[in-house]
Write a protein that binds this ligand. Sequence first.
Ligand code: NAD
Length: 256
Amino acid sequence: MLKNKTALVTGSTSGIGLGIAKALASQSANIMLNGFGDVEGAKAEVAALGVQVGYHGADMSKPADIEAMMAAAAEQFGRVDILVNNAGIQYVAPIEQFPAERWDAIIAINLTSAFHTTRLALPAMQAAGWGRIINVASVHGLVASAQKSAYVAAKHGIVGLTKVTALENATNGVTCNAICPGWVLTPLVQKQVDAKAEALGISNEEAKRVLLAEKEPSLQFTTPEELGELAVFFCSAAANNVRGVAWQMDGGWTAQ
Ligand code: NAD
């Protein structure tokens, strides 16, 4: 379905980003990866799907790095047809104890980076008459949880950015939508499971159950593979007129 298209997925060396990159690669899109950690492992997993794979190590908190990454993607693949703004970090503390530098980092990586990638990707998409921008927001783009001030602010912000991007392109072939996962068992969430296990003196498995039971009625984690399939749908012709939605995959979290 996506042959001869190129997808750039930020934060795609792990977790949800890697899941989305693999789902798009399964539809024959070439992939530009980004992120830290096990870069070679991520490249190998995507390359095994038979597509071309690039990588840029831009730090999403740095606008100059983002400009370099977008230029590198254009040079290697000609154009970015699908942009997935996924890179994100978390920090948990009450507002009065929240370190100012953590606030700045979360806003930069989880929100401002998407402004920069989007502004840089749009002109070529508009010229081509086709493009897909998918913002990985969160249930925290729609509702709040205590101790996550920066994250909730950034995710509500990216849902807003999604709507504006969709409206400004409503009469052309460029769509922009957000994905709002509930709990997904990635390294980002494993840290919160570990913290709960330690705070309550319980096992890892019990901590997972407690975490799910607090918020997610299905008592199941959403998987990166399921989120990848939603991204594939947003890229399909059936989604040509899906514009500006924030679509939950949250086991009923926000239905309550
Ligand atoms: P993860 O920690 O597994 O992956 C995060 C990715 O972002 C990694 O590839 C990491 O290297 C990259 N990254 C982090 N800081 C970066 C930076 N400064 N520059 C470039 N890359 C950077 O986390 P995840 O759970 O897969 O999260 C991915 C996205 O999904 C985030 O935006 C997160 O907020 C969102 N999300 C996650 C969950 C969940 O339950 N895991 C739920 C809702 C939304």
